[in-house]
Design a protein around this ligand. Structure first.
Ligand SMILES: [Zn+2]
Length: 45
């Protein structure tokens, strides 16, 4: 299982889906966006 820290309250949020791009924080009632891996095209540019 992967966990990330909520940007707002530092709570640990568990990711159920490895491909998830965002996770909801029940405490803040917000959606925390997960930074994707750097895109090769962006690096090449
Ligand atoms: Zn939070």
């Amino acid at each position: 299982m992967i966990t990330i820290e909520c940007t707002w309250c530092d709570a640990e949020l568990a990711l159920n889906d490895l491909d998830a791009t965002s996770v909801d924080c029940p405490d803040c009632r917000i959606t925390v966006e997960i930074a994707p891996d750097p895109e090769p095209l962006a690096i090449a540019a």
